[in-house]
Design a protein around this ligand. Structure first.
Ligand SMILES: [Zn+2]
Length: 47
């Protein structure tokens, strides 16, 4: 995956949160599907 911040072909890794983090600059990326799951989980908690 190419990082849009540092323009490097970086290793984007999953941290303990459902996000991808650039190993070079630390930019976080949240995949759409993951974001939806998180949102769904959040709504389930509050409902
Ligand atoms: Zn980067």
């Amino acid at each position: 995956m190419k990082c849009v911040i540092c323009k490097n072909e970086s290793t984007i890794v999953f941290k303990h949160v459902p996000a991808l983090v650039c190993s070079n600059c630390g930019e976080k990326y949240v995949e759409d599907d993951v974001a939806k799951d998180v949102l769904k989980s959040t709504q389930e908690i509050f409902l």
